[in-house]
Write a protein that binds this ligand. Structure first.
Ligand code: GTP
Length: 555
């Protein structure tokens, strides 16, 4: 396949907008997997991905596609209107399915380095969401061709016109360029791959230049050792050739080379623009460095730009559940970080837990998934310490330390602390500026049946029961007890949706009754009951100003 017949593209989107389902359909359409034979979300291979229904790892797959290009041209010599011709060409398409969760956006940015274009999927009813924006800009900054696809148009509440407007307003995407599809029913899918071929440029590396390939990803295989996913940027690679790492200088023999179609398929050769795998006998993460440039030995090449280092936001101690299992845990972490280069690992020890590791993650979900994979894929049972973000502590002598573990502070006890720093984010909140139809109700708060107008509020019907309950409970705490019972109610119209009662303060009317005149006592108690009833009927409750303020502040 010459580079003109190769397209490398990725599917990017917000969580659950249908990337993996779309990838399934494209694999079926190209005959890479048989329809209905593969399990759904075929590329989500990890157990953790299947259990959680989310993509965690970017996955590459090579597909072959026969593109029948119909063209019409005016034939003046023959004086006929048009001559229609159909030219059928075979294309090699490399598709990378990427995760949607923000914790895994590192996977997305690395995948984009091997692509010239992306399918940007947007759910037809949810519209543009946070990761749609973030991923759009990742692709935009990488100067990739963006093909917008509105997915899930089969949904009853799909509103593709609205989503087209959002895409126009937010990203200046021409509505005419937007494809409409349903990855579930297959509607509109026949236009997707032709758009990939027509709109995305082919990889334009130097076919005759010295070999430069980018190390995209790796994982450990018990039999073959480290398997690397690579993108051939320039030149070509043959089985048996000797290559070297620009980062470590170490050299290797290429023992196996091929494509992912969809499983490892040896081809003995990878050409300019192709994405595939190599097996070289690398044994650890220290050797398989993600973002590294690999080249033929004895050639000097300019290393490729590589990737931005991952920024770790959450740190936790990871210790073997059984203290003696340190070596097994170390082995498991080594294997797993080979497949997840975004985790940082450093040795640490704790008085209570023994020897373990301090690991840095991109977020809490990332940490959770890493720990689950350690257990499921590598059989490691671990205890983790409570996660912390990295802080900076600054001391009077001018020294600063990054604190990823509270235990580190005991070593600085002699120093005088001046300032502590914590991480913050600058966030952009994007909200629609139009008003929209909403199911709103007036929520009244009543004290003994009388509406307290200052406490009435307009709320969403679905939220009214919760808000009503909260206000009523708070009021109960804030109001003083009265001589009579007080009913606090929240109501929508005549319907009471929450109620609390403040019982009456019982005045000791018997205090002055000395002796044991039972009839008189009973009479007094009866009278008190009557009085309460009267007061309850007519009584208006005093709400102390302070309670009012507190209530309005907190609701
Ligand atoms: P992450 O990788 O976790 O970000 O999710 P994803 O974007 O890969 O989404 P996925 O393909 O897992 O789809 C999410 C859900 O949407 C699944 O339940 C799919 O069955 C459903 N889905 C995907 N495409 C369509 C579609 O076109 N129509 C409808 N109705 N549902 C769809």
């Amino acid at each position: 396949y010459p580079p003109e017949r190769i397209r490398n593209f990725s599917i990017i989107a917000h969580v659950d907008h249908g990337k993996s389902t779309m990838a399934d359909r494209l694999l079926e359409l190209t005959g890479t997997i048989k329809k209905g034979h593969g399990q759904p979300q075929y590329l989500d291979k990890l157990q953790v991905e299947r259990e959680r229904g989310i993509t965690v790892k970017a996955q590459t797959v090579t597909m072959f596609y026969n593109y029948a290009k119909h063209s019409s041209k005016l034939d003046t010599s023959a004086a006929i209107d048009t001559v229609r011709s159909t030219e059928e060409c075979k294309y090699l398409l490399n598709l990378i399915d990427t995760p949607g969760h923000v914790d895994f956006s590192y996977e997305v940015s690395r995948s984009l380095a091997a692509c010239q274009g992306v399918l940007l999927l947007v759910d037809a009813s949810q519209g543009v969401q946070a990761q749609t924006v973030a991923n759009f800009y990742l692709a935009f900054e990488a100067d990739l061709v963006i093909i917008p696809v509105i997915n899930k148009i089969d949904q009853p509440n799909a509103n593709p016109e609205n989503v087209k407007n959002q895409l126009k307003n937010m990203f200046d995407i021409d509505p005419q360029d937007v494809l409409l599809a349903s990855a579930k029913t297959g509607m509109g899918l026949s236009a997707v791959l032709p758009a990939v071929i027509d709109r995305i440029r082919y990889p334009n590396g130097g076919a005759l230049s010295p070999l430069r390939m980018l190390l995209l990803d790796s994982y450990y295989d018990e039999y073959k050792g480290v398997i690397c996913h690579v993108a051939i940027v320039d030149g070509a690679l043959k089985k048996g050739e000797k290559i070297a790492s620009a980062a470590t200088g170490q050299s290797y023999e290429v023992m196996d080379v091929g494509i992912l179609h969809p499983e490892l398929t040896p081809t003995n050769l990878l050409l300019t623009g192709q994405v595939g795998y190599i097996v070289t006998g690398m044994r650890s993460t220290q050797e398989a460095r993600i973002g590294d440039t690999l080249h033929h030995i004895r050639t000097v090449v300019e290393p490729l730009p590589g990737f931005k280092p991952a920024k770790h936001m959450v740190f936790a101690g990871v210790y073997p559940a059984d203290g003696s299992d340190y070596d097994a845990l170390s082995h498991a972490i080594e294997r797993l970080t080979c497949n997840d280069a975004s985790v940082s690992v450093a040795r640490e020890s704790s008085g209570a837990l023994g020897i373990g590791f301090r690991c840095g993650f991109l977020g809490l979900l990332h940490m959770d998934v890493f720990l689950q994979r350690l257990e499921q894929e590598h059989g490691a049972h671990v205890i983790t310490t409570s996660p912390t973000v990295p802080y900076i502590f600054e001391y009077e002598d001018g020294s600063k330390i990054q604190v990823q573990n509270p235990a580190i502070l005991s070593s600085t006890s002699g120093k005088r602390l001046v300032t502590c720093w914590e991480p913050t984010v600058i966030a952009t909140i994007i909200t629609p500026s139009e008003y929209q139809e909403a199911d709103l109700v007036k929520l009244d708060i009543m004290l003994n049946g009388q509406i307290v107008d200052a406490l009435s509020a307009i709320v969403h019907r679905s939220k009214a029961p919760r808000i009503g309950r909260e206000v009523v409970e708070k009021l109960k705490k804030l109001l003083d007890r009265q001589m009579f019972e007080v009913a606090i109610q929240a109501a929508i119209g005549s319907k009471i949706i929450a109620r609390e009662t403040i019982s009456a303060m019982r005045k000791n009317v018997l205090a002055k009754c000395y002796g044991g005149d039972v009839t008189r006592k009973r009479k007094l108690l009866e009278k008190q009951k009557e009085g309460k009833k009267r007061m309850k009927r007519v009584g208006s409750v005093d709400i102390p100003q302070e309670a009012f303020h507190q209530l309005l502040r907190t609701t």
